[in-house]
Design a binder for this molecule. Structure first.
Ligand code: GAR
Length: 214
């Protein structure tokens, strides 16, 4: 399975996926919309092809997304992984990668879509927070849930400490979901519901697939 990862910054989720060494999954390219994305250096060190499609050089979202898709498609990926890729995507772009583009979001969706999830979770007083991996659909931070991991909100947490705890959970579940794709376990049933087949992960507390079938 050829995988293209899109980043905008640090790229720690990209790094977690690369370092997981997933059998049957090859990260063939890392693409950033920012020339200064820190994660690009790691990818280059690993000998992974990198490219930058700088959104500031395009006149609008449609033009940028078209150029981005051209770059992605040149690598002929079966899976597109958004790893801290901080761009709102056009409907056409999302439709083009229907069922094969995934995202990690730093909250237990559908709670706290959008930005500043950790600050908002603390303000809301939730006791449990976490991360979600989902298929990308046209609406922002939605789409079928593939896995979630929960973490406690502890006394004395600030947005940074909570973000660090959630990020560790992201690094656990994101490679796991990529592995499920590589193993052909993610399927859509006749009613359009996404299912994870043959995975006993539900037994592992606080890291469960979105829906399971034997
Ligand atoms: C991660 O926490 C990821 O969940 C979040 O950006 C961070 C990227 O970190 N993504 C979003 O907020 C997307 N809506 P990373 O670059 O170190 O992987």
């Amino acid at each position: 399975m050829r995988v293209v990862i899109l980043i905008s910054g640090r790229g720690s989720n990209m790094q977690a996926i690369v370092e997981a060494g997933i059998a049957g999954a090859e990260v063939v390219a890392v693409i950033s919309n920012r020339p200064d994305a820190e994660g690009l250096a790691f990818a280059r060190e690993r000998g992974i092809e990198t490219c930058v499609v700088d959104h500031t050089r395009f006149d609008g979202r449609e033009a940028f997304d078209r150029a981005l898709a051209t770059h992605i498609d040149a690598f002929a990926p079966q899976l597109i992984v958004l790893a801290g890729f901080m761009r709102v995507l056009t409907d056409g772009f999302v439709a083009h990668y229907h069922g094969r583009m995934i995202n990690v979001h730093p909250s237990l969706l559908p709670a706290f879509q959008g930005l500043h999830t950790h600050r908002r979770a603390l303000e809301a007083g939730v006791r449990i927070h976490g991360a979600t991996v989902h298929l990308v659909s046209p609406e922002l931070d939605s789409g079928p849930i593939l896995a979630q991991a929960a973490v406690p909100v502890l006394p004395g947490d600030d947005p940074a400490s909570l973000a660090a705890r959630v990020l560790a959970a992201e690094h656990r579940i994101y490679p796991q979901v990529v592995r499920w794709f590589a193993e052909g376990r993610i399927r859509t049933d006749s009613e359009g519901r996404v299912r994870v087949h043959g995975e006993a992960a539900a037994e592992r507390a606080l890291c469960v697939p979105g829906a399971i079938e034997a």
